[in-house]
Design a protein around this ligand. Structure first.
Ligand code: STR
Length: 407
């Protein structure tokens, strides 16, 4: 492990672009140091990532991690909540993974999520009204706080049956969860509070099922092996966390990309380039997941002469993978909706754990973005792009805020 130079990630992500460039220029497998001085491997190239993401020798069970077994990494590690997230489809592999995942994946196929279109459209309209009210008389308004953040939370809540009255509390808890500035004791308390919310919700649905996906998960038979309460809670937590945090990023970065490229925006608005392309190019150029944590090698894995030793951890650096020139050509670091399509990115992952919510997030973005630009044709950034800051957490490519002017 000590053989190659190590890129230490900045815990506060003050230069995400610079770090991504260094990874893109480096070898397909690179040593990085996660905040808290935790060394892991990361894969930074499209082809190698696809191979590793279908390699059954890499698993998500934290007990396979040498640093965890030896007590070097403990619950005091600031990123522990990203890896030790309870038993769910996010943390289990093989046949058990299929058992945990199938019901959820089937509920949100491309065909099924189409039925959510009217709900998403009405949430979008309501939030555009809120945005108009906030940004009247040309004052700057935070597009993230007022539009991009509440929208996916409302949608995933509708799907899972989360009470809208909980939204403010959930936003406050996730803000603390996804920030390195939160002291660890506080983060552990936040994780415990999130657990309480979801445990209580599963108990309530058990007593009185509704027509939401949480109830469906409770009632699912799964070939005679229904999910345990712990597994339903784990899946629910994963769905709510993944279903909103990533889509916020997708919406914000699509807006940012378009506002910084007025000629491209004009062609999209003229109908020459479909919104679908905007969404796919955004996912490639600015993947919502920066570094996805973490898989563990159950035996030594040789990747073209570089060995991930048994017990070592591997991250997937989707930001760098989206900029792989081998896959996407030179200038892959640029947002360009005119590049040859289809854009074959893997920002939703690849293999058995590929994002089950991909269709839902695509639908949300394809509804939200055209509606936003139709309602506010003169939308512009209220600050220089260089002033936009990332959330202080290495795993998420998400802006702290996105100040815009509506007119
Ligand atoms: C957050 C904490 C939690 O309660 C459950 C999960 C499981 C799903 C994870 C989520 C986590 C963090 C954000 C992730 C998401 C799956 C996809 C999402 C990693 C650990 C991405 O950012 C791509």
């Amino acid at each position: 492990m000590s053989r190659c130079p190590v890129l230490a990630l900045d815990p506060l992500v003050r230069d995400r672009i610079g770090e991504t460039r260094r990874l893109v220029e480096g070898p397909p497998l690179t040593r990085i140091e996660l905040p808290g001085e935790v060394p892991v491997w990361t894969v930074t190239k499209h082809a190698e990532a696809r191979r590793l993401l279908t390699d059954p020798r890499l698993v998500k069970d934290i007990n396979r991690w040498d640093l965890w077994q030896r007590g070097v990494v403990t619950r005091q590690w600031p990123l522990i909540g990203m890896v030790d997230a309870g038993r769910s489809m996010f943390t289990v592999d093989g046949a058990e993974h299929r058992r945990l995942r199938t019901k959820t994946a089937q509920a949100i196929t491309a065909r099924r999520v189409e039925s959510m279109r009217p709900v998403i459209e009405s949430i979008t309209r309501r939030l555009l009204d809120a945005l108009a009210a906030e940004g009247k008389d040309g004052s700057p308004v935070d597009l993230k706080a007022v539009f991009a953040l509440p929208l996916p939370m409302a949608v995933v809540s509708e799907l899972m049956g989360v009470d809208p009255a909980e939204h403010p509390r959930l936003h406050r808890l996730y803000k603390a969860f996804f920030s390195m500035l939160t002291p660890q004791d506080e983060r552990l308390a936040v994780i415990a509070e999130l657990d309480e919310i979801f445990v209580a919700m599963v108990a309530a649905r058990k007593a009185a099922p509704g027509d939401d996906l949480t109830s469906a998960l409770i009632l699912a038979d799964e070939g005679g092996e229904p999910l345990t309460d712990e597994e339903v809670v784990g899946n629910l937590k994963a769905m709510v966390a993944a279903g909103h945090e990533t889509t916020i990023s997708l919406i914000c970065h699509a807006v940012r990309g378009l506002l910084n490229a007025p000629d491209q925006l004009a062609r999209v608005r003229a109908g020459e380039i479909p919104w679908e392309t905007v969404v796919e190019e955004t996912l490639r150029w600015s993947s919502p997941a920066t570094h996805l944590l973490l898989r563990f090698a159950t035996e030594d894995i040789d990747v073209d002469g570089t060995v991930i030793a048994k017990g070592e951890g591997l991250a997937i650096s989707y930001s760098a993978i989206g900029w792989d020139p081998e896959q996407h050509g030179e200038n892959a670091d640029r947002f360009d909706v005119t590049r040859p399509t289809p854009i074959r990115h893997i920002s939703f992952g690849h293999g058995p754990h590929i994002c089950p919510g991909a269709s839902l997030s695509r639908l949300e973005a394809r509804i939200a973005l055209p509606a936003l630009f139709a309602r506010f044709p003169r939308l512009s950034l209220a600050v220089d792009d260089s002033e936009l800051r990332n959330l202080p957490i290495v795993t998420q490519n998400d802006l702290a805020e996105l100040p815009v002017r509506l007119a």
